[in-house]
Design a protein around this ligand. Structure first.
Ligand code: GLV
Ligand code: GLV
Length: 333
């Protein structure tokens, strides 16, 4: 029979239909997180899986999946996949780079501006009837012009964020593990600084690094203490890059002006101390969630699966594998 592909969440039927000539396709009708044993039993009979970033897949989940050739992650970040374990099992992994960068950059600016101008707190105040009851309140916020935008992680997303800074009149500084070529820096008018300088000089500090062992708690108590007390911290990258408890403490003590978070350690749970604060904007991991971008992400995941099995526009050459070397070790079917 046809190879089998499974999709861990409901998605766009017209895009998924592109798999149907070649695969037996099953898609979950309801979004949920699968327990490890459940995931292992799903994967056992599959040739391909397209999964959301809330599904964690490692050695145990693929131990009894001899037919499985590819796990296509519906996200650019793939910290939910144990890539070395998949590679060892001869399984390709793909992500969705590039197609989401502009949407995530738009959303990052939405969070920065919403935070700088108290949009969350002011709206809660209005909806609670306090405008009518109490009359005028200033809600004085921060201007962006002339303030320094710091970006930790000037990758594709970081660069899309930086490009928008020109329109706001904000100088951009960045820190990366390794400095980018001068042409890239010039292209987004970003100046390389070391991490202590990034922390000390940023008025708005945006985190755009992937979650790795190295970036875990890259912003903890010590880093927060090194920031300006007037600064705003924005995390659109991954929960776990910020120590959420330390952040809540800094915000509560006035050691940091405000924060905006789209991602959380242990999401969908959110640290209760953050929920209790008014100077933080919280959103449920939606930075890439536009119609166009989520469709493009789904199409890219589908293209990777089709290509690995020799079909579609990239037949034989999956466009965004994160472990392309796996194909040499275990040639595509
Ligand atoms: C979303 O968080 C992604 O990694 O695409
Ligand atoms: C990393 O997640 C990037 O695409 O910048």
């Amino acid at each position: 029979g046809k190879p089998r592909v499974w999709i861990s969440r409901p998605t766009f039927p017209d895009i998924v239909a592109r798999l149907e000539p070649y695969f037996e396709v099953t898609a979950e009708a309801v979004e949920r997180v699968f327990a490890p044993a459940e995931l292992a039993s799903r994967l056992a009979s599959l040739d391909a899986a397209i999964v959301g970033l809330n599904q964690r897949i490692g050695a145990a989940e693929v131990a009894n999946a001899p037919r499985l050739r590819i796990v296509a992650n519906l996200a650019v970040g793939y910290d939910n996949l144990d890539v070395p374990a998949l590679t060892a099992a001869g399984i390709a992994a793909s992500n969705t780079p590039d197609v989401l960068s502009e949407s995530v950059a738009d959303y990052t600016w939405a969070l920065m501006l919403a935070t700088a101008r108290h949009m969350g707190a002011a709206e809660r105040w209005l909806r609670a009837g306090q405008w009518r009851a109490n009359g005028f309140k200033d809600w004085l916020g921060l201007d962006t012009r002339g303030r320094t935008l710091g970006i930790l992680g000037l990758g594709r997303i970081g660069q899309a964020i930086a490009h928008r800074a020109a329109g706001f009149g904000m100088p951009v500084i960045y820190h990366n593990r390794s400095r980018l070529p001068a042409a890239v820096e010039a292209g987004c008018a970003a100046r390389y600084v070391d991490k202590p300088t990034l922390l000390a000089e940023s008025d708005f500090l945006v985190l755009a690094v992937p979650l790795t062992g190295e970036s875990h708690h890259a912003i903890g108590a010590a880093e927060l203490a090194a920031m300006k007390p007037t600064a705003v911290l924005v995390n659109i990258a991954r929960g776990g890059i910020v120590d959420d408890a330390a952040l809540a403490a800094a915000l509560a003590d006035g050691r940091l002006a405000a924060a905006a978070l789209d991602v959380f350690e242990g999401e969908p749970a959110v640290h209760p101390a953050l929920l209790a604060l008014d100077n933080v904007i919280l959103s449920p991991h939606i930075a890439s969630a536009t119609w166009d971008t989520r469709r493009a992400m789904t199409a890219l995941a589908v293209d990777n699966v089709l290509a690995l099995f020799g079909h579609g526009p990239h037949a034989g050459h999956p466009p965004s594998l994160v472990n392309p070397g796996v194909l040499a070790a275990r040639p595509a079917p």
